[in-house]
Design a protein. Structure first.
Length: 718
């Protein structure tokens, strides 16, 4: 059993109180190397689900352990939720240390053992944590060489490393292993001279495709999630929920529920729950509770929400500008003005929010499905009145997050019930609860006025985004007169703007902004009578973006034509997490029903240095698949605070039968720093499909999702 499995899945061992000294005792002998996380301020931005800057210890270190058996443990506050960093981070460490990757154990998201981290989101693991990890591994290798030099009596310059061993270059029989160097010792060394990480030409493990290390565990069912944790005396909790957000409990009768054998009914203010050693019995007992709620009137619904948002929008923040809009408009032969809308979208992970909490005296141990274990620790400590260091959060595998598991309501509920009951408690949300309490991608509005000259040049660009935020809002085209304004400059809604919670949803804001921007660019290309690929190339000066677009057109076999051509081909560009992406799609539209079948999607990315090409490809394919959902079907239905989509029967996510032919290409850019790969390919999906629909049938869709009735209406209008 590797160390990641050990600390994540052994409830009894994990419940042992652990401080830094206790950690050193528990982990046994070995070599520990301590290194400072670079750019610490980058990891301490405030916001929902994040730890505030003042909570970061001044001596914050991350850890590497070289064990007596030669295995190397890597401790990271990042978590694994399907994105594959359990593999790619191990590749970084193994390559820099010159150890076999099979001998690297990843210990992830354990707040007692791992360095503080604000959370796993934003495609930040590789590009933000990766450089520090590589530097630490390089330092470890240097320390081992110095130790070997002393033991073997060979100058450092004559020593080399490979496969967890140090040897004399001139006589390879003179050698020692990392295990032999660490045996029976605990050595802490700090290197003061600069450490140089390997060049791409020196890589043996990085930049090579590697099958995911957790694949076998997941396909065989051995992978452990928070819902798999079982503790002696643990009770399953089922909680009374309101019919709508904002509803207040007026009266409750728990008498019948209390008669169920073994059931424990807990009432604590607004919290009413049934606990039982079997979850189905707890659910049955909960159904016997009679409750009355005062539900506020539904003043807004999924159709009136856009007018509401425009009315309550705060003042705007200019995030990019140049030239003069009035001058640009005077130069225009055509002025185009459009409004783009997108609905609230649910995260809908396969694993619902789940947590197990065990309290022993003044210490709590938490197993949680979370993207931000250190944020969850803070919330539990506050709820229980404990010191932060007396709460340990352990993160097993997480079954999908997409930004939604930075909220920890289920963790706080489990902690509260564990305190009230005196027993370990598991809270695992039902699918209905998962939808009801989701922090949805916010509904948003984008208004664009733009113009083109008689020669087909974009003359001005006035871009206004409401409630999606500024990520992806600034354009990357050559436009002399432009202004981009964000009304509510983050993805978090202004106070009272939304009838329920909103939050980050995979590439927050960029899906909305890319849909609006790339649709508007396509409209201008059509007005100018220019092929949409050629029109974009004419307005691009960024060599990297031109390269991804030209590659995409070449790989797709793009034939220039004015839209609508009847072929059903669309193109869209985007930048997210430092990665450039170009997508081209082919669709087929049923004019009678409005149904859209996506036949083919090709995506090209430039993401700098690629640590694991196989993992990056899977991420692109996942983005394309998930993007089909928000583009074609996913949109929340609600009346005021009442959510009417509570399961997949009405909220439709992509199915295997939807999948088109997917082609991905990653451009080689090994001399550039690695960029994010978990989100970029999703940002273009709304626009590329909308543009392909227009090319197929001449109907322009201005609202996401592009459900059949909406497409059919646009065809009739067109």
């Amino acid at each position: 059993m590797n160390e990641y499995q050990y600390w994540a899945n052994d409830p009894e061992e994990a419940a042992v109180p652990m401080d830094r000294r206790g950690f050193l005792k528990t982990t046994g002998t070995g070599i520990f190397l301590f290194f400072k996380i670079r750019d610490i301020s980058f990891f301490t931005q405030e916001g929902p689900g994040r730890v505030a800057q003042q909570n970061v210890p001044s001596d914050f270190n991350a850890y590497l352990k070289i064990g007596e058996d030669g295995r190397v443990a890597c401790y990271t506050g990042k978590i694994e939720m399907g994105q594959g960093i359990v593999t790619s981070l191990a590749q970084m460490l193994a390559d820099e240390m010159d150890v076999h990757i099979d001998n690297v154990d990843m210990v992830m998201g354990d707040t007692d053992l791992c360095p503080w981290d604000r959370g796993t989101f934003g495609s930040l693991s590789t590009r933000a944590f990766g450089p520090s990890l590589r530097t630490a591994a390089a330092e470890a290798r240097r320390v081992l060489i110095e130790m070997a030099s002393e033991q073997l009596k060979v100058p450092v310059k004559d020593l080399a490393t490979e496969g967890g061993a140090v040897f004399d270059r001139t006589n390879t029989k003179i050698r020692t292993t990392y295990a032999a160097l660490a045996k029976g010792k605990r050595i802490e060394r700090h290197l003061t001279d600069p450490v140089v990480v390997k060049k791409p030409s020196e890589f043996k493990i990085m930049s090579k495709p590697l099958t995911r290390r957790d694949a076998r565990e997941k396909v065989t069912g051995k992978a452990q999630y928070a819902g798999d944790i079982q503790l002696p005396g643990m009770l399953y909790a089922k909680i009374l929920r309101p019919p709508a957000h904002g509803a207040k409990l007026l009266d409750v009768d728990t008498g019948e529920a209390g008669k169920v054998e073994g059931a424990r009914v807990i009432r604590d203010g607004d919290l009413v729950a049934v606990l039982h050693k079997y979850p189905d019995v707890a659910q049955a007992a909960l159904s016997k509770i009679k409750a009355k709620f005062d539900t506020p009137p539904a003043n807004v619904d999924d159709r009136s929400i856009y007018d509401h948002l425009l009315k309550v929008a705060p003042g705007g923040k200019v995030v990019a500008q140049a030239g003069d809009l009035a001058s640009g408009e005077k130069e225009s032969s055509s002025v185009l003005e459009q409004t783009y809308l997108n609905a609230y979208v649910a995260h809908a992970p396969m694993e619902p929010h789940t947590a197990v909490v065990k309290i022993e005296g003044k210490r709590a141990t938490v197993w949680a499905s979370t993207q931000a274990p250190f944020g969850a620790r803070e919330e539990v400590a506050k709820e229980l009145g404990f010191r932060t260091e007396d709460v340990r959060v352990i993160t097993p595998f997480v079954g999908g997050g997409f930004g939604g598991k930075t909220a920890h309501r289920q963790v706080v509920e489990a902690a509260r019930l564990a305190r009230l009951s005196g027993s370990p408690v598991q809270v695992a949300w039902t699918r209905s609860e998962e939808f009801f309490y989701d922090t949805f991608r916010p509904a948003a509005v984008v208004k664009i006025r733009s113009g083109i000259t008689g020669k087909g040049r974009i003359s001005f660009w006035d871009y206004n985004v409401y409630f999606a935020g500024e990520r992806g809002a600034p354009h990357f085209y050559e436009i002399p007169n432009h202004r981009t304004t964000a009304y509510n400059s983050s993805w978090v809604g202004a106070e009272g703007a939304h009838p329920f919670a909103t939050g980050a949803w995979r590439a927050p804001g960029n899906n909305t902004n890319s849909f609006a921007r790339e649709s508007q660019i396509d409209i201008m290309a059509a007005r100018a009578g220019v092929d949409p690929v050629e029109f974009r190339l004419q307005h691009l000066s960024d060599a990297k973006m031109k390269r991804v677009l030209q590659t995409a057109a070449e790989k797709f076999g793009w034939k220039p034509a004015k839209s609508p051509s009847g072929r059903g081909h669309g193109v869209a560009l985007g930048i997210d997490a430092g990665t450039y992406v170009a997508s081209i799609a082919e669709v087929e539209v049923n004019k009678g029903t409005g149904d859209v079948r996506v036949k083919r999607v090709l995506a090209v990315q430039d993401m700098g240095l690629v640590v694991n090409p196989a993992g990056a490809t899977i991420q692109m394919e996942g983005c394309i698949t998930m993007g089909l959902g928000y583009a074609l079907r996913e949109g929340l239905h609600f009346k005021g605070g009442e959510i009417t989509d509570l399961n997949f029967g009405t909220y439709e996510i992509p199915r295997f039968s939807w999948l088109p032919k997917i082609e991905t290409h990653i451009l080689d850019d090994e001399n550039s720093p690695p960029q994010g790969g978990g989100e970029p390919a999703i940002v273009t999906m709304g626009a590329v499909i909308a543009n392909a629909i227009y090319d197929a049938v001449g109907a322009r869709i201005f609202e996401l999702p592009m459900i059949p009735s909406r497409v059919k209406e646009a065809i009739h209008k067109g």
